[in-house]
Design a protein. Structure first.
Length: 560
């Protein structure tokens, strides 16, 4: 009886402690709200110049939230629609065209297949002068988007300039759907392929639909491409894991300071492809829900992860409605993969004096075990089972892209060539590449090469060490040689530049699907994934953790 009484007393003390702490938190919140409201009121009434109350409040809120992490944000009523399109829905009313500003002029830079712009013969390269009678000069892209979008069935009139002539178009807006799955189908050697770009509404169903079609063709293996997928809705990630994993398996764990935000997510359904050999592609652009899927499938030894180390976002956000149709998105929890690891790479709880967050030190990273006993680590994204080094674009290629010189050439190529054959085999001829070199001759695409940067750094270091006089002549001689070498960069980096050109050109004929198919011939990660799927012994060795596959992403071995 005494033991029971003692337990009751301890529970009572615990409840009182929690209650006191909760009341103390509420008091602090109430107190500081009063102070904030008083400051806001006095400044708004008494400041010497006119102030914008709404702008002042948003500045204050943004500054407060910026002290936390970049994912906790306030969304005013005016930005709600853009927020939903970015984080929730994949649909909007519009014409299905993207825009680009070059030298202050607004151009159509892409058209999506089957939508009003495509059906109305609006083309990449068309300059937009007016939208519904409103001149677009000096308007930013957000204002242009507002003019182009509207309710389904309403009309939008465009005044365009094409090849120097004025062209008038009147289009009826439609519900534009931006699919989560941008491509799916069969590759060579009976390998299925699904490219998932985001985890917004219905993404789980879209992957399921694509997988059902692929299953009918009896695939020998499957590639799920999550590269450059920044994530989205956590529950959609769980649904996608469930397509490959049995029912009632732990897929992800969510833990928050508020006990109500701590949830274990289990698979709910019978899987569609529980045995199909599976490879998941990731890179530095794979984040959040992408990492949930890749991490769960890796921890459960269900898939082989190929590519580069992922972004490392292990945080979960939830939106809360606020007065006057606004909302706030708050980081409410961290998520953990089935092995128990959190892959969050940046420590927002301990920022530097300048407000930036540092990566967790390698010495703090902890090992965890997959279902088969392989070692994986927390605190630094999802490390691939098989790493494929990512190609880096040269400075000359980056300059050509930023100066929109690929855009101009692709538009002219389309005008002069009615067809180019199939997308998956398209390659730019040497003669066409020579035409491109001639087309950009004399145009401004100045850039600083990596060697020039190193020489500048060397000169600065020599100055600090008072040794510039000794090396100045050599540095200047090297600069001259590098400057001369830059003249041949269009030839030196021909293969890389051609690939960028081909992507632009093929989109003019076969849109987004064509771009993806055309890229297959150069895709190192995809080629590696296919070779792994074709080698059953290697797959088994990786999933069992044989040899070097036993330890995945040891902190000692990690490189940025």
């Amino acid at each position: 009886m005494r033991k029971v009484n003692k337990i009751i007393i301890l529970i009572g003390i615990g409840i009182l402690s929690i209650s006191f702490a909760f009341k103390e938190d509420l008091f602090q919140v109430s107190k500081n709200l009063d102070i904030f409201a008083s400051v806001y009121k006095e400044v708004s009434i008494n400041y010497v110049e006119d102030s914008n109350p709404a702008g002042l409040m948003k500045t204050g809120i943004d500054a407060m939230l910026n002290s936390l992490d970049p994912y906790t944000e306030y969304v005013p009523e005016s930005e709600i629609e853009n927020y939903k399109l970015k984080y929730v829905s994949t649909q909007y009313g519009g014409i299905g065209a993207g825009t680009l500003v070059i030298d202050g002029k607004l151009f159509i830079n892409e058209v999506t297949e089957g939508n009003p712009a495509h059906k109305g013969d609006v083309r990449p390269g068309d300059q937009i002068v007016k939208i519904n009678g409103i001149e677009v000069k000096d308007k930013d892209r957000a204002e242009v988007s507002q003019l182009l979008r509207g309710p389904k069935g309403t009309q939008v009139s465009l005044v365009l300039v094409r090849d120097g002539a004025v062209v008038n178009k009147t289009l009826a807006r439609e519900e534009i759907k931006q699919p989560n799955v941008s491509y799916s189908g069969m590759l060579d050697n009976q390998i299925g392929y699904i490219k998932l770009d985001k985890f917004l509404e219905n993404s789980g169903q879209e992957v399921k639909d694509a997988l059902e079609k692929i299953n009918k063709q009896n695939p020998k293996g499957l590639i799920l491409d999550l590269r450059n997928n920044g994530g989205g809705i956590l529950q959609e990630a769980v649904k996608i894991v469930n397509l490959f994993v049995d029912k009632n398996v732990l897929a992800v764990i969510q833990k928050g300071r508020n006990p109500e935000k701590s949830i274990n997510y289990y698979t709910q359904n019978i899987p569609l492809a529980p045995q199909t050999p599976l490879v998941v592609l990731v890179n530095r652009g794979s984040a959040s829900a992408s990492e949930i899927v890749a991490g769960a499938l890796q921890d459960l030894d269900r898939a082989i992860i190929v590519g580069q180390i992922s972004f490392g976002k292990g945080l979960v956000q939830q939106t809360f409605n606020l007065p006057y149709n606004s909302l706030v998105k708050v980081t409410v929890a961290k998520y953990y993969t089935p092995s128990g690891r959190c892959i969050q790479a940046l420590d927002y709880a301990h920022k530097k004096k300048d407000g930036t967050a540092s990566k967790f030190a390698d010495s703090t990273l902890k090992p965890f075990r997959t279902k088969a006993g392989r070692t994986v680590y927390d605190g630094n994204g999802i490390y691939p089972d098989v790493t494929v080094e990512q190609d880096k674009l040269s400075p000359v290629t980056i300059s050509l892209i930023t100066k929109n010189l690929f855009f101009d050439y692709a538009n002219n190529f389309r005008k002069n060539n009615k067809e180019v054959g199939t997308a998956n085999k398209f390659q730019l001829s040497d003669a066409a590449y020579t035409q491109f070199i001639n087309a950009v001759s004399g145009k401004n695409y100045n850039y600083t090469s990596n060697t020039e940067r190193l020489l500048t750094a060397l000169k600065e270091e020599a100055e600090k060490e008072n040794k510039l006089a000794l090396v100045k002549t050599d540095i200047e001689d090297l600069k001259v040689k590098v400057s001369q070498a830059k003249k041949t960069d269009l030839t030196t980096h021909k293969d890389e530049i051609k690939r960028m050109l081909e992507t632009q050109i093929i989109s003019r004929y076969y849109f987004e699907r064509g771009k993806i198919e055309q890229s297959f011939q150069y895709d190192k990660e995809l080629i590696k994934a296919q070779s792994i799927l074709a080698n059953g012994q290697q797959m088994l060795a990786i999933l069992k953790g044989d040899g070097t596959y036993k330890n995945i992403g040891s902190p000692v071995l990690k490189v940025d």
